[in-house]
Design a binder for this molecule. Sequence first.
Ligand code: B1M
Length: 213
Amino acid sequence: MSNLLIEIQEAVINGQQAKVDELTQAALDSGITPQAILNEGLIPAMSTVGEKFQKGEFFISEMMIGARAMYAGLNIIKPLLAGQNAATKGKAVIGTVQGDLHDIGKNLVCMMMEGGGYEIVDIGINVSPENFVQAIKEHSPDFVLMSALLTTTMEVMGKTIKVIADSGLRESVFIGVGGAPVTQKFADSIGADFFSPDAGDAVSKANVLLVAK
Ligand code: B1M
């Protein structure tokens, strides 16, 4: 792996926003692709930050500073990822479910999907089942993607699928779920069409489903 990617990881973990900015630009200038910066620099660094927080090695403040540093890099590569596919393959509505305010993973899924050629309608965090239904009516997407980071809020994904079904819209969309506590088994139990453990996988699964449509 390039030294620049390792330095990007270290700078995110240390919360050095200006340095991440500078190193991301240097990596692009040296010919490293935006995808490599995302998948081998920014995402693994954020995972390390999350693990350190979980082990009690980082306080919330350090974790938020790490996230802010990661966004410095993301903001530079985002237009490049999104610009790679001019025509959109399909449309996805995405949100973090009701009661849940975590959005870092969701935002990464947005970026990877945009980079993969999809039009994204990001309806934000703490999205109620009714607001997912409203967004389907308004945007007619091919996909509804839900993110949940809490064991308490992942249950809301099942409720959301039920409300979508009760509204008569279930057959019009593929529903994908993800987030740290979510598993394939859980996704099957709530009737989702697919589960993705990471943002890149969400793009691959969406591609497969669109071809089969
Ligand atoms: Co929170 N938090 N948090 N938190 N937080 C966790 C999730 C936790 C595991 C930490 C811990 O205690 N060990 C724990 C949950 C425990 C549980 O339920 N089992 C927890 C808790 C308890 C809480 C609070 C309750 C804390 C409190 O107030 N007492 C509170 C809840 C607030 C709420 O939501 N109502 C809370 C608050 C926060 C902050 C605001 C401080 C902050 C969020 C900032 C933000 O998102 N803007 C935060 C953070 C950052 C975390 C950790 C440290 C990191 C999460 C993260 O961003 N990971 C997290 C611990 C951890 O995960 N190690 C933790 C990086 C991100 C890239 O990964 O989101 O998993 P992730 O996304 C991945 C994949 O999962 C996948 O792709 C992404 C990229 O590859 N993916 C999808 C995600 N969504 C997808 C959707 C798809 C497909 C793939 O659709 C198809």
